[in-house]
Design a protein around this ligand. Structure first.
Ligand code: TEU
Length: 582
């Protein structure tokens, strides 16, 4: 074994000149067309939990403005905010009562305009969440719709008259009985809600509904937003005969609810009326259940969306058993291969719908939290596709460890609990799963410093701050050159300066190795080797490529152990990216 240590100065010089070279050679050398939204990194903010400027315990737009310089310092250049529209907050803003107004807890339209301006002044783009599979039941459209069967807004939603009998069972994500049809005595009819009872599904078959949505999108595009994230959009087109579905279909929900018969014609219409008219991109949450379906959403010649956001990676951890590295490699390799020439995907392993990145995919013990966070961020930022980084993952925020249902705020947790209880499920097991997997884990307030409430709010935070904020916070990591935060910034910088990490071909190496994920990225004459140890122990891999190392570009340990035969031994959760000789 010998230790390879290259002087940092040499590295920096090499990075700088190879970058210039690659920029000059980039033209016409990759089959993938280059776009600004492919080259950036998205930073996702859950506004309720980011920064509270007025002491009500709820994050707000002014709070985000205060923190824009911090976000800029990360090197990211796109910000996606979870919904900020007026909402009764049954599902924290995913139930919208007015699409042209700002949620009062978050501020005013003037605050929004100021935020957008401040982002643009810093060359950052803004991605708006568009939630139009459903609205709130408190939206004026729904109030009208439910008032009488002949109201002009009746067909804005899906109604089933009770004289036809009970509609065939449809499964709901958040309903406490798991039922998507809710009886409303006012008009003796049932309405459809795939999510909570306060989130009735809009009827996309109605051209008026679609025009309303396009006008809303134009309203925000005129204000200058740069991108749209279409919430739960794969579900908008429905078989409106609402047939009886096979027993147990909810286990394969995307297959049955996703990619309905008219989805593509709606998207082409949206592209024609809105997207093509502005310099914006659109990403739909969910990408069907096959690669072909995902391509049909985003390939350039389809004129629909720009970026696919599939769940296969993030959904690998959905039980207490965690995941197998072999599966992670398989999923990411499959998607990369399919999208190597056409289309474009998002790269992410966390968001507001899941528990924390390091707790699910890494190791949040004090010993390994920092190295495993750095390793996961190296992975996310070295794959082909646009990386989506969820707030707090840049400092390794962890799950919160709630033990009683009364601590949870998320409707999915609360109604899931009621359902499990009524079904006589093993509640101890249920609580254990919730503790590990609940969405509230990923929604706790941002940990800014070690002062009261982690510097998030002067009031009582709407969701408790994680007790570990004294050790895990931005201020202390900014000061520590070896912190997760500073490593994250270096990694973003490395990606930004090396188009090979954005557009380069990906090749999986050592597929069978159960501990190490290794791959190369190649563009023109530039080749990088990425090696990641996903375990808490030393692990080795034979990689002939490693005999060709020119420079280590990033490493979450000081050294790298390799030998002249091409064998690498990585420390627990070690991550390295090396430049290879031509
Ligand atoms: O999520 C839609 C959706 O499909 C998720 O329920 C997803 O399947 C699940 O979380 C997998 O982990 C979107 C939003 O992201 C979510 O926050 C909202 O609650 C939901 O829509 C309703 O608007």
């Amino acid at each position: 074994m010998k230790t390879l240590l290259l002087p940092i100065l040499l590295l920096v010089t090499m990075c700088a000149c190879t970058n210039k070279k690659s920029q000059m050679q980039d033209k016409n050398t990759s089959e993938i067309t280059r776009e600004w939204w492919k080259e950036g990194v998205v930073y996702q903010i859950y506004p309720r939990s980011f920064k509270d400027s007025d002491g009500d315990g709820i994050g707000d737009l002014k709070g985000i403005i205060e923190k824009l310089d911090y976000i800029k310092s990360l090197g990211v250049n796109m910000i996606w905010l979870n919904p900020i529209y007026a909402s009764p907050n049954d599902d924290n803003g995913y139930d919208i009562s007015n699409y042209r107004a700002i949620m009062k807890e978050f501020g005013t339209m003037e605050d929004f305009d100021a935020l957008l301006k401040a982002m643009h002044n810093r060359n950052m783009k803004f991605v708006m969440d568009v939630v139009v599979n459903h609205s709130s039941d408190e939206h004026e459209w729904f109030k009208q719709s439910r008032s009488s069967r002949d109201n002009p807004y009746r067909d804005y939603y899906h109604w089933w008259p009770a004289e036809k009998g009970k509609p065939p069972y449809h499964w709901s994500f958040f309903d406490e009985k798991g039922e998507a049809w809710k009886y409303d005595s006012l008009t003796n009819s049932y309405y459809l809600h795939y999510f909570s009872q306060k989130q009735p599904d809009l009827n996309w078959e109605n051209p008026k509904v679609r025009q309303e949505v396009y006008n809303i999108m134009k309203f925000w595009a005129e204000k200058g937003v740069d991108g749209f994230r279409l919430d739960a959009f794969q579900f908008v087109s429905k078989d409106t005969t609402f047939p009886k579905l096979p027993e147990g279909y909810e286990k394969n929900i995307i297959k049955y609810y996703g990619m309905g018969p008219n989805l593509h014609s709606y998207l082409r219409e949206m592209n024609d009326e809105v997207l093509s008219k502005y310099d914006v991109f659109a990403v739909s949450e969910g990408a069907g259940s096959t690669l072909e379906e995902a391509h049909n959403l985003v390939d350039a010649d389809r004129n629909e969306l720009q970026m696919a956001y599939h769940f296969e990676g993030v959904d690998l951890v959905n039980s207490l058993e965690g995941y197998k590295l072999s599966k992670l490699k398989e999923v990411f390799t499959k998607w990369d291969k399919s999208f190597s020439k056409k289309g474009w995907i998002s790269i992410f392993l966390s968001n507001h719908d899941v528990a924390r990145l390091v707790s699910r995919f890494g190791n949040d013990s004090p010993e390994f939290r920092a190295v495993s966070s750095k390793m996961l961020n190296t992975f996310l930022l070295s794959m082909r596709g646009t990386p989506y980084i969820y707030y707090g993952d840049e400092i390794g925020m962890t799950n919160i460890d709630f033990d009683s249902i009364s601590q949870y705020k998320d409707i999915a947790a609360i109604n899931g609990y009621k359902k499990a209880l009524s079904e006589g499920q093993d509640m101890a097991l249920f609580m254990k799963k919730l503790n590990f997997l609940s969405r509230d884990n990923g929604r706790t307030p941002m940990q800014w410093n070690d002062s009261v409430n982690a510097g998030f709010s002067a009031g009582k935070p709407w969701l408790p701050v994680n007790k570990n904020y004294k050790t895990i916070n931005v201020a202390s990591q900014e000061k520590d050159s070896n912190s997760i935060l500073n490593y994250f910034k270096k990694m973003v910088e490395l990606r930004k300066n090396n188009k090979v990490l954005i557009y380069g071909d990906y090749e999986l190496l050592g597929a069978e190795n159960p501990n190490i994920y290794a791959y190369t990225r190649t563009l023109d004459d530039k080749k990088m080797l990425v090696v990641l140890n996903f375990t808490d122990h030393d692990s080795s891999i034979d990689l002939p490529e490693s005999k060709n190392l020119e420079a280590i570009l990033i490493n979450n340990y000081k050294d790298l152990n390799n030998d002249e035969n091409g064998n690498l031994t990585l420390k627990p959760y070690q991550a390295v990216i090396c430049l290879l000789k031509n």
